[in-house]
Design a protein around this ligand. Sequence first.
Ligand SMILES: C[S@@+](CC[C@H](N)C(=O)[O-])C[C@H]1O[C@@H](n2cnc3c(N)ncnc32)[C@H](O)[C@@H]1O
Length: 377
Amino acid sequence: MEKLTVPQGAFQLARYPQRKNDPLRAWDAADEYLLHHLYEENLLDARTSILILNDLFGALSIALTDYRPQLISDSYLSHQGTRANLIRNDLSTGQVRLLNSLQDPDVTFDVVLIKIPRSLAFLEDQLHRLRACLHPATRIIGASMVKGIHTSTLNLFERIFGSTHTSLARKKARLIFCQPTMETEPGTNPYPSRYTLEDTGDQIINHANVFSREKLDIGTRLLLEHLPGTPASNTIIDLGCGNGVVGLIAAARNPTAELIFIDESFMAVASAKANFQTVFEGHRKAQFHVTDNLNDLPTGSADLVLINPPFHQERGQGDQVALHMFRESKTVLKQRGELWIVANRHLGYHIQIDRLFGNCRTITGNRKFVILKAVKR
Ligand SMILES: C[S@@+](CC[C@H](N)C(=O)[O-])C[C@H]1O[C@@H](n2cnc3c(N)ncnc32)[C@H](O)[C@@H]1O
């Protein structure tokens, strides 16, 4: 495990879930830049109230625990990582108040620190929500690796808060400075947004940080066209459910099945729940879990697991998450239970799935995507 050394102290930090010999650190140069800047400019005193957005595994929150910060994140993995890192450094988990991305703090803050998320839509939603948490002297500082800051990022800050400028780059990281004025007219928050699912005419609601928020993903579309409908499907899991379209269609094709929707994004699960309840008007049974993978589910309990696995992860983990999903699916499936996935053809997942299940059939495919099926024997 690596040690983050900053003016605020030295902290042992690990990513979550923790993996042996993980080459990736639990923080980046933008975290270090931001913490050095707060110290060098003497921006904090004992009474400063701090809100932190999108802290990946708690590096910022943990270095700033003396100020009892509040942390907002859409990621269950970030919440868990922050808790584990607090404990690792003999700090109380009560020293950081963890909120999810749909919870708005009910106070104002002197300093708001924003790790810039990958999704511009999510940043837009967060900046809109933030307006209720500001007082006239609130200082906003964004931080990101240089490649994560675009003209559109700065335009968003300007439009919602007013005058914005950036720092020089340091170790390929940059800070964004914004002194908000309430004189800007940013319009209303456009999120959650909706699109119509062509085949059924259903309106699909999408919170800002949801995968393929504007339209149905083409891989997902292929999976929907081939979803199995069998009377034996009693328990169906939509793993990495996003807005829940896969589980919705699976529920329609399997009228007696119970659906379980799982995602590590709070916004994803909230969207899936809203969509399921709208379509089935409370007449269908379903479970909704914000968690890591199939962590909370009993062994040998599911008939069918459906996955459109995450690919390029914000956490830079490549295909590790997908492979972990396949392994856990095997554990959670009943004998003769089925795993169905859609994935980019070039990823070659059939090799790993075949190794794991002892079988893997290609149901269909096009130039870009394949649908693979494996049966637990
Ligand atoms: C490619 S998207 C698929 C979303 C949806 N099923 C669809 O087809 O539109 C992958 C999803 O996996 C979720 N995810 C990533 N890592 C996860 C994890 N460790 N546990 C649960 N869900 C995860 C992401 O938040 C994302 O919603």
